[in-house]
Write a protein that binds this ligand. Sequence first.
Ligand SMILES: *[C@@H]1O[C@H](CO)[C@@H](O)[C@H](O)[C@H]1NC(C)=O
Length: 181
Amino acid sequence: MRLRLFVLLADIDLTSITDRMEVKRAVQAGNVQEAIEKLNDLNPTILDTNPQLYFHMQQQKLIELIRVGKINEALQFAQEELAPRGEENQVFLEEIEKTVALLVFEDVKNCPYGELLDVSHRLKTASEVNAAILISQNHEKDAKLPSLLKMLIWTQDQLNEKAVYPQINNLSTTVLEDPAV
Ligand SMILES: *[C@@H]1O[C@H](CO)[C@@H](O)[C@H](O)[C@H]1NC(C)=O
């Protein structure tokens, strides 16, 4: 019974860690669209409820398009996806302007916003998305706890009819107590 409970908890942790790592790695590798899709598969509410995170992902996608020289695609993406977000938020607008400025400078290294192209900017976006996934997964885990505890109580009740064994009687301490002899 304890083994079953443990396996359940371990299973939750393992898949959530690998999913989170995949999204983070995709951003680190510059595959922002892939990261957005994986993130939405994982939990679509994360981007819906974090406008700032969603904006930073889109901005990172624009940076990557500029980095690989897809200028037309970058301009189209900036116009269609990012410009509307700048209308609703002054900080976003300034960030969009800085990013689009990368297109104007022939020598990007001397552009005042050249640091947007640094690997450190990717890492910053990756850690922001990582933190958001962690928060959402902790909420999920908290939501699962009551049903896991109910299962623990139910399983102990079933076992009590058949066996004498150390069990958890107090859910706030979860100390395993030896049976009364
Ligand atoms: C469980 O343990 C806590 C902490 O020691 C204690 O305050 C509480 O009264 C206990 N509950 C029961 C039902 O024994």
